[in-house]
Design a protein around this ligand. Structure first.
Ligand code: AMP
Ligand code: MN
Ligand code: MN
Ligand code: MN
Length: 277
């Protein structure tokens, strides 16, 4: 059976490895078919495709778009996209545009909380100046010993209500799904278990997603607990969604689940890749 991993980050967004190095790392972890899905950016896809081919791995061009829905950040992965499609390229550029100003404001707030120099500190970790992420701040705060690890930085500084949290308005769900579809891609609700929606709000998200033409959710992801694999397997069956799977890899060691440890999709689901390879 093909081992498929459809959610990974490189240093083109908030991962630490270059696209070709992520490909090699995935291959070493036994992956046969692989997608690079950087946040709001497709710049790494050409290098990733080339590296995957050289490693004998099937490649799926992807992206993970930041969306604001019901005042929460929701991530929508796009798979099998044409990375040169103009509407997608322009939409992603617009989505990235506010990141630098947000980063400066995060740094201002951290300075007031007693941590100066975080903008410059975060920039040291940035591989793509258009994509300054909270993850880069987290890595800097770990470096200077403000926190022991990145989850702790998010808990203490970078999540809502904490000094260092700056609210931000990302793309709309309709725009993100539209850009992906205009690029011939398949939109996927990433890690649905991560959002703080109650049942009703979550149902409304899925309904709107369906109305926009969406038919796939992530079920097995490094961003879910194993319990959530079961929960979202049932959700997928109930709504008739196809299922996706991926580590959400960012960095060796920082991984919530390594490539060779991620569970297969539960039985009874139709994988989003059922007719791809
Ligand atoms: P941004 O798009 O700049 O707001 O950053 C979001 C990224 O931060 C996500 O893609 C994750 O990689 C990372 N992230 C969010 N929450 C956490 C957390 N609790 N622990 C570790 N990383 C997180
Ligand atoms: Mn990330
Ligand atoms: Mn995500
Ligand atoms: Mn991700």
């Amino acid at each position: 059976m093909l081992k498929v991993d459809l959610h990974c980050h490189s240093n083109v967004s908030d991962g630490v490895l270059a696209p070709a190095a992520v490909a090699a790392y995935a291959r070493k972890g036994g992956v046969d078919a692989w997608a690079l899905t950087d946040h709001d950016e497709v710049k790494g896809i050409k290098a990733a495709r080339q590296a995957a081919a050289a490693l004998g791995m099937r490649f799926v061009p992807g992206v993970e778009i930041s969306v604001t829905w019901a005042n929460e950040t929701v991530h929508v992965v796009g798979l099998q996209i044409d990375e040169d499609a103009p509407q997608l390229v322009q939409g992603l550029a617009a989505t990235r545009a506010g990141r630098d100003a947000r980063g400066r404001e995060i740094a201002n707030q951290l300075a007031r909380a007693g941590i100066p120099g975080a903008y410059e500190g975060a920039l040291k970790y940035v591989g793509n100046p258009d994509l300054l992420s909270r993850t880069h701040f987290a890595r800097y705060l770990v470096e200077i010993g403000a926190c022991a690890n990145t989850p702790e930085v998010f808990r203490k500084y970078l999540s809502e209500g904490k000094p260092g949290y700056v609210p931000h308005r990302w793309a709309t769900l309709a725009d993100a799904v539209g850009w992906i579809r205009s690029a011939g891609g398949i939109p996927v609700i990433a890690h649905p278990g991560r959002y703080r929606f109650d049942r009703t709000a979550e149902g409304a998200l899925f309904d709107e997603f369906k109305q926009l033409g969406g038919n796939t959710i992530e079920v097995v992801t490094g961003s879910h607990t194993p319990d959530q694999y079961g929960v979202y397997a049932e959700v997928a069956k109930r709504h008739g969604f196809l299922a996706s799977r991926g580590t959400d890899f960012h960095a060796p060691g920082e991984a919530r689940v390594e490539f060779d440890k991620l569970a297969p999709l539960p039985a009874g689901l139709t994988p989003v890749w059922h007719d791809w390879f």
